[in-house]
Design a protein around this ligand. Structure first.
Ligand SMILES: Nc1ncnc2c1ncn2[C@@H]1O[C@H](COP(=O)(O)OP(=O)(O)OP(=O)(O)O)[C@@H](O)[C@H]1O
Ligand SMILES: Cc1cn([C@H]2C[C@H](O)[C@@H](COP(=O)(O)O)O2)c(=O)[nH]c1=O
Length: 205
């Protein structure tokens, strides 16, 4: 019988190094698929383009919540659930915790709606979540320096990043069974070694 795979997510503020660390972990696990949100399936990538590009004031927090949830539902159906059912490890760069923080507690105060939609339409929680925590000013300057920066949420600036960081730290306390806070104010290799230890892997060589 196939053993259901493990579902591992990376969360944190924009520019904290989530994608870098998710990729490095995926490279160490031969059975892993690496994916991201919003996106990860063709339909969800289309929704990503809709929600992350264009005028930052285009969507209300409520509409954003619906768009991110629709993208997640498609991603789950088409990619995450089939991979887990096949016994693979799924490593996802952001998942429902981002909705809890951005739409639920930062851009809007929609916690109840976020929880209700999650229960009705998603239902899945990660087995393990790495929250990459770092100084928002440093993360913001990293992000803004990237030529490919597409996260329009970076436009909301430092104060927003600080609120998001506080939100993720509070979430880590709330879901302490699955969340591990990782100090992201370090070199890439040191962070990767920390994550490898938490995973029970040998430090990267
Ligand atoms: N520990 C680190 N030290 C210095 N630079 C880093 C570190 N980790 C990542 N970077 C660089 O910072 C930038 C952002 O990294 P990355 O894309 O991994 O972050 P992210 O959290 O996924 O960002 P976003 O959420 O905005 O997509 C990249 O240019 C990356 O090379
Ligand atoms: C999943 C998800 C994401 N967001 C925000 C968070 C980021 O600012 C962008 C995604 O950009 P990244 O470069 O891929 O990190 O979207 C959100 O507001 N709600 C969500 O559910």
């Amino acid at each position: 019988m196939t053993r259901p795979g493990r579902f591992i997510t990376f969360e944190g503020i924009d520019g904290s190094g989530k994608s870098t660390q998710a990729r490095l972990l995926a490279e160490r696990l031969p059975d892993a698929i690496l994916t991201r949100e919003p996106g990860g399936s063709p339909g969800a990538e289309e929704i990503r383009a809709l929600v992350l590009t264009g005028d930052p004031g285009r969507w209300s927090p409520e509409t954003e919540l619906l768009l991110f949830t629709a993208a997640r539902r498609d991603h789950l159906e088409k990619r995450i659930d089939p991979a887990l059912a096949a016994g693979r490890t799924v490593i996802c760069d952001r998942f429902a915790d981002s909705t809890r923080i951005y739409q639920g507690a930062t851009r809007g105060d929609l916690r109840e709606k976020v929880d209700t939609l999650h229960r009705l339409m998603i239902g899945r929680e990660p087995d393990l979540t790495f929250i990459i925590d770092m100084d928002p000013a440093a993360a913001l300057s990293r992000g803004l320096a990237r030529p490919d920066a597409e996260s329009r949420f970076e436009d909301f600036g430092l104060e927003m990043q600080e609120r998001v960081r506080a939100g993720f730290l509070a979430l880590a306390r709330q879901y302490s069974d699955r969340c591990r806070v990782i100090d992201g104010n370090r070199a890439v290799e040191a962070i990767a070694a920390d994550i490898a230890t938490q995973m029970g892997l040998a430090a990267p060589g």
